[in-house]
Design a protein around this ligand. Sequence first.
Ligand SMILES: C[S@@+](CC[C@H](N)C(=O)[O-])C[C@H]1O[C@@H](n2cnc3c(N)ncnc32)[C@H](O)[C@@H]1O
Length: 214
Amino acid sequence: MLMNRMESRLIDSPPRRLVQRFEVARLSSLGGRTPGARVAELGCGPGYGTKLILDVFGAATVDAVDLDPAMIAKAAGRLARYQGRVNLAEGSATDLAAAFAAFDGGQDGHYDAVFDFAVIHHIPRWRNALAEVARVLQPGGRFFFTEVTAAALARPSYQKLFDHPTEDRFTAGEFLAELAGHGLDVGDMWRTYIGGDYLLGAATRLTTRGETDA
Ligand SMILES: C[S@@+](CC[C@H](N)C(=O)[O-])C[C@H]1O[C@@H](n2cnc3c(N)ncnc32)[C@H](O)[C@@H]1O
């Protein structure tokens, strides 16, 4: 689901960039950096997270998708100097093979890491997005996520300011249980903030034997 005008402005602002640097510091301390990794990013928005995946996590390449062509255009401007390392696609995180077909991405086990900076709570069929994350990650690969829970979305302030899907939103526990159901093992590598409103973590894609390769 697309952001409304207020959220579109906020997401490309200095306060959001400050918060995102905090998120990246927490995520890398939980899940480690990803030097040389082939990465997929869900819902890249204006591309500041993409830049941090390259500069801070040390990824080699990022295939990034967003539903909103205006956000893809902003990201393209921000990321121009990373030419050759970033592929941007308009499409849905629920079908990465279709979104990334033009540059031969989105296949099973194609990525070392997948990033979700505050995107999956925007997706009506959020479980399908998590199934896609599990499908495109290679065994041992990492899923880094920052999410907004049902508790936050139910607050009058959130409802007044932003547009989100209203049905079937998730608690932190429901999100973590869904990860486990897709073979994404988060262990104790997750934290909640502000009374459970925000969830942040790093899960590892298990092998078919139910173990990591490490
Ligand atoms: C809250 S913004 C986060 C943007 C960016 N990741 C950040 O943290 O600054 C959510 C983004 O998800 C995108 N989005 C919503 N539904 C999507 C979907 N099904 N597939 C891909 N992107 C989606 C929106 O267009 C928006 O850019």
